[in-house]
Design a protein around this ligand. Sequence first.
Ligand SMILES: [Zn+2]
Length: 149
Amino acid sequence: MCDCMVCERIEQIKNGKNPYFVRELRTGYVVIGDHQRIKGYTLFLCRQHAEELHFLKPAFRDAFLHEMAVVAEAVYNAFRPDKLNYELLGAGKGLHMHWHIFPRTAGDTPRPGPVWQLGKELSAEEFLPDAAQLEDFRRRLNVELDKLL
Ligand SMILES: [Zn+2]
C-alpha cells in the first residue's frame, strides 16, 4: 500500500467516499480544499503519483498544466477573487503533485503575501465546510467547468 496522502485521497474518490470531490479530468482530480479560511480554495490533484513536473511524460505534463489553468479559470469565475494564487508545493506524505488554487481578496491576510502566514488558522476547525457549503461550491465549480471544457 502506497504511503501517500494524495493517492489516499484519490482512492477515496474512486470509492465514492470523498465529499470534497468535484470533477475528474484527464490528468487529475478537482477537489475543494479541506478548510475554507480562504473561500473557494480548490486543489487539482495529479492523476499520476509524481513529485516534479519534469518527471511526467511531456504530453501528459503539458495536458496537466493546461487543465490546471482551466481549473484555475473555473475557480476565478466561480468565486470572483481579486487575484488567484497558484502553488505547487509538497511536504511529508504529500509530495505527489497537487496544485493549491487560492482565490485571494484584498485584506484576507494580516499582511500582503502567501496564505501560509496564517499558520494554524488556515486549518482551524471553524473553517471546515459543512455539507451545504460543499454542495454549493461543487455546483459553482461544475457550472464553470462545464463552460470551459
Ligand atoms: Zn501519490
